[in-house]
Design a protein around this ligand. Structure first.
Ligand SMILES: Cc1ncc(COP(=O)(O)O)c(C=O)c1O
Length: 448
């Protein structure tokens, strides 16, 4: 018998027992039995539990939207006491992310653009960020004529590696945009120290990390500016929407201006002709604010539940051959917008597509990877064709950036070897344990 075949037989005979010792509670006292065949091969599915119906809003949101409709105006700013929903939203927001200046806006993309503009990013200024994110993280940098500079990531956190950020700093660097990917906080202590040492603005893109905590502090409160998204699939939403917030007196007041065509309507003696910056209209309406303010009342429950579910899943993956669980720094709280683990394909006799297909057949909601390529590999980055096919700051010599030469090997490996698992607050611990058992089963089946 070939060695690999005998090893396979050994694993098949012993994997149930291994599972029982490595994932306490999975078998719940059942006798170790011969491992079940993969569901793909006609065996029983590892996941039997169906998530409850995911109810994300109800009468409470409806009542608050009705209160907005009853108002004389749906414009976010009609003078104090009238723009009640936006004020209510800001009050709820501050319970999660205390900040002096809170600018409600139309999207997470808008929030980052506002933050970058308020931080004073101008032509040729470099902003260090992650290559694994939504385009919304970088488009505002480009619109302000700044230069996104991509730094590499931690292998298991999938977040900016402070040492890689430090290596990317040049005399032109003005800011860092740190994305808390999939709800897991970046190493904010290190990034803030780095920013302070080099006099950089630290912008936190918290779009995927509502309710997450870094060393006990809410994300968004460690950097100079926080950005959030209320796009439909986020932890809390309003269909669309965003928030840019800051307690920094140099940046905070400018947030309101950059959200509203240069107008800070709260400024004493405000008149339209005092507008002194070019900015677009990123306003949020009272309807979105009404809806979003009730969503924020739900946030702590959502965040705590996702953290508990994600931890159960991480614990359940321990010992699965060829499986690398995500890492959350000690003292931090991830709120798992989705759950991403990696495969060590040298330890498996399959490719990622096979692994994912087998896992899906076991009943796990999952897919291969996250975004298809790192941001710098997008065709218009490779062509430097941001504005009607041109990039004037490069033509003018204000930047020598060449995205065809950028490589972040860890980020590329993260995208090439990862599996995204759906996780949300409608799920329960049993489902997480079954999901972990499914990963264990598939991993042991394919283990070399
Ligand atoms: C990390 C990150 N930043 C920014 C955005 C942009 O948010 P929005 O879709 O609200 O513009 C997203 C959206 O998914 C995101 O995930």
């Amino acid at each position: 018998m070939p060695r690999s075949a005998s090893r396979r037989r050994f694993l098949q005979a012993n994997s149930a027992a291994l599972l029982a010792t490595q994932v306490p509670g999975l078998l719940r006292g059942a006798e170790p039995a011969a491992p079940a065949a993969l569901a793909q091969a006609g065996g029983p599915k590892a996941v039997q539990t169906k998530p409850a119906k995911w109810v994300r809003w109800d009468e409470r949101e409806r009542r608050q939207v009705e209160a907005a409709v009853a108002q004389a105006s749906l414009f976010y700013w009609q003078g104090r006491g009238v723009n009640q929903q936006t004020a209510r939203f800001a009050e709820q927001f501050r319970k999660h992310c205390p900040a002096t200046h809170v600018a409600t806006c139309s999207s997470g993309t808008a929030a980052v653009h506002i933050a970058v503009a308020a931080a004073g990013i101008g032509p040729g200024d470099e902003v260090i960020t992650t290559p694994i994110t939504d385009l919304g993280t970088v488009s505002g940098i480009l619109f302000q004529q700044g230069v996104p500079v991509f730094a590499d990531l931690g292998a298991a956190t999938y977040n900016l590696e402070p040492a890689a950020v430090e290596r990317a700093i040049t005399p032109r660097t003005k800011a860092i945009v740190a994305v808390h990917l999939a709800g897991t906080p970046c190493d904010l202590t290190a990034l803030r120290a780095l920013a302070d040492r080099h006099k950089l603005v630290l912008i936190e893109d918290c779009a995927q990390a509502w309710g997450a905590q870094s060393a006990g502090r809410p994300v968004g409160t460690v950097g100079h500016v926080a950005c959030f998204s209320l796009m439909n699939s986020k932890h809390v939403g309003a269909g669309d929407g965003g928030v840019a917030a800051s307690s920094d007196p140099r940046i905070g007041p400018a947030l309101l201006k950059f959200a509203d065509k240069g107008n800070d309507r709260t400024a004493p003696g405000y008149t339209w002709d005092r507008t002194d910056v070019l900015a677009t209209n990123y306003r949020m309406t009272e309807l979105q604010a009404a809806f979003g303010s009730v969503q924020l009342e739900r946030l702590e429950g959502i965040a705590a539940k996702r953290w508990a579910l994600g931890r159960t899943l991480i614990e359940g993956l321990a010992g699965a051959p060829g499986v690398i669980a995500p890492a959350v720094r000690a003292g931090d709280r991830s709120t798992f917008w989705f759950f991403y683990f990696r495969l060590d394909l040298a330890k498996l006799r399959c490719n990622r597509a096979d692994f994912v297909a087998a896992l899906r057949a076991e009943g796990v909601g999952c897919s291969a990877g996250y975004i298809p390529v790192p941001i710098y590999k997008l065709p218009f980055f490779q062509r430097h064709g941001f504005f009607a096919g041109r990039w004037l700051i490069k033509e003018m010599g204000l930047t020598a950036m060449d995205y065809t030469r950028v490589a972040c090997p860890e980020a590329e490996a993260i995208l090439g070897t990862g599996v995204s698992v759906v996780l949300n607050e409608s799920m329960d611990e049993t489902l997480m344990r079954e999901t972990a058992a499914a990963v264990q089963k598939v991993a042991r089946h394919f283990a070399v």
